[in-house]
Design a protein around this ligand. Sequence first.
Ligand code: ADP
Ligand code: MG
Length: 406
Amino acid sequence: MEQPSSLPQIPVPSVPSATTKRNNSPRVANGSTSIKYEDLNFQFIPEESKYEKLTKIGQGTFGEVFKARDRKTKKLVAMKKVLMENEKEGFPITALREIKILQLLRHENVLNLVEICRTRATPYNRGMSTFYMVSDFAEHDLAGLLSNTHVRFSLGEIKKIMQQLLNGLYFIHENKILHRDLKAANILITKHGVLKLADFGLARAWSKPQRSAQNKYTNRVVTLWYRPPELLLGERNYGPIIDLWGAGCIMAELWTRTPIMQGKTEQNQMFLICQLCGSITTDVWPNVDKYDLFTQMELPTGQKRKVKDRLKAYVKDQYALDLIDKLLVLDPSKRYDADTALNHDFFWTEPEPIDLAETLSKHTTSMFEYLAPPRRGVQQGHRPNPNQANMHRPVHNNDQHFDQVY
Ligand SMILES: Nc1ncnc2c1ncn2[C@@H]1O[C@H](COP(=O)(O)OP(=O)(O)O)[C@@H](O)[C@H]1O
Ligand SMILES: [Mg+2]
């Protein structure tokens, strides 16, 4: 077990939700989406020079990530740069939210945030520091591992990966946090085989709406290929179950080694979902007609559900096929949650979950999506920006072709 590291408490002002309008958010300095960093108490924040940067390991949509070493303790860490490009002055609210959420979550299967550090403020940078989120270093991410054909996981090892993924999800959901960007690149695995949910850049706190009230969260979240059908149909009153769709996609990917539904547009993504999970009707999903987009989007009709049929060439285990089938359920109210999934026979029949440490010990170089050659059929991630207007792209009819990429 890891010892929780002592993270200096940053007095983070309360963070408005993504749906908060810019000009009526009283706690945000200047009425913008950033906070003046002079307003924060930075006396606990060490300088970047405390760490020695070693290599660049990630270039996400929102910034660079470096492998680094604490000069004193020699401990390896990852440093994720907080992007300040669009901030004239101040600390981006999205980064504050990510930090606040990571500070709250302490679990074996959630990435441990060590601290925030900063560059020295000099006249050259007009007295403005750059900030880094410092976290424990993990040797691999799942996208990197899956892109390496030399890495082969046994059924027991796949069970261990899924069990840890669902344990992490169970924990964050118990703590009323939605991840909202599950995908292989955001799942880290240490050389000891411990899985860590990472990248809480799109995460948010969730609360169950009171009686007839409805939450109005943005639905422009989750990388397109892992986005559940209810978000594609415009749902804004959603909860933890949206993350379980992504868990289902990732579970299948552990065998196919490439994302199973690589849509090019939102419309095309829905099309691929229907190709795999069957047509969306009020029979399989009562009340689905409440969404305007259900009638506005052009959706295939008469499609049979083929989840097990199409995946059986890759997934030989019946229990595994059944659990994928229970996660990739169109109607979110019938989709398995993390707890139910953890109780599925898949985890409780032979072979039992097996530690990954031995398999990983054969691979001494780190595997990250950033460093790996593109996976088969994979072009781009389509990570959404939830700060964009909550608008749907127009529906095009001419992109209904689909590529079966696995
Ligand atoms: N603690 C860490 N240890 C190892 N690699 C990491 C760590 N944090 C991030 N990375 C790598 O950097 C990539 C980008 O980081 P992430 O937190 O996902 O940011 P982004 O918002 O840019 O996607 C990850 O996919 C992973 O490969
Ligand atoms: Mg990421």
